[in-house]
Write a protein that binds this ligand. Structure first.
Ligand code: FES
Length: 218
């Protein structure tokens, strides 16, 4: 796949990378440099996700202070692009600074929080910033499973929206997180509403809701 960091086009329209993005890309914090480093690491929870948009993979390891319920350490490794590296590097800083973030707050982190700290990302790279927080949620759930805190595992509530193709609200959320903005974008990816036309109004409402939830009102 095509990876997107283009120092030659930094600053040109649509491809602006902030100084913070460049800093976190050239000097990523909390990244494992190789497999051996990652293998030696004794984590309390591990999470991995892949991006349907580009096929890249993100893995996150966490250590948790069991008494305070805060994240003590957060490491990552990815085959993703510069934006994925920079945004996940920032994510690891955000969850470990100031004595570590409480797990309940870390679970609420959204891509827009990371992008605010980074000073933005080019629009077409937003989907790369989603990998880190999704992998973090997986790592926290893994920690809950390993410590038998089953009631704290965040199961995703799923509802079928398109009855013909069994497309769920989670499929729509996923598509929005991967950069789809309009009903037409989502239809291109999922074929939603082609056979089951009755689902279109609800699907449109959900797209609006997930866009606001993850990326704010504008
Ligand atoms: S293009 Fe794949 S993570 Fe950015």
């Amino acid at each position: 796949m095509k990876h997107g960091f283009r120092p030659d086009v930094v600053g040109s329209e649509g491809w602006f990378y902030s100084e913070k993005v460049k800093d976190h890309f050239f000097n990523p914090r909390n990244i494992f440099k190789n497999k051996a480093e990652a293998k030696k690491y004794k984590a309390d929870g591990v999470g991995q996700v892949g991006s349907p948009a580009c096929g890249d993979i993100m893995r996150i390891w966490i250590k948790v202070d069991k008494k305070t319920d805060r994240i003590k350490e957060c490491k990552f490794q990815t085959f993703g692009c510069a934006s994925a590296i920079a945004s996940t590097s920032m994510l690891t800083v955000m969850v470990t600074e100031k004595k570590g973030m409480k797990l309940e707050n870390a679970l609420k982190l959204a891509p827009k929080d990371i992008m605010n700290r980074l000073g933005g990302l080019p629009e077409r790279k937003v989907h790369c910033s989603v990998l880190g927080d999704k992998a973090l949620r997986e790592a926290i759930n893994d920690y809950f499973r390993k410590t038998k805190q089953f009631d704290r595992i965040t199961e995703k509530e799923t509802k079928i929206i398109d009855k013909a193709l069994k497309i769920t609200n989670k499929d729509i959320e996923e598509a929005v997180l991967e950069g789809a903005k309009t009903f037409e974008d989502i239809q291109k990816r999922t074929k939603i509403g082609i056979s089951d036309k009755n689902c279109i109004p609800e699907a449109k409402k959900l797209i609006k809701y997930y866009k606001e939830k993850h990326f704010g009102k504008n």
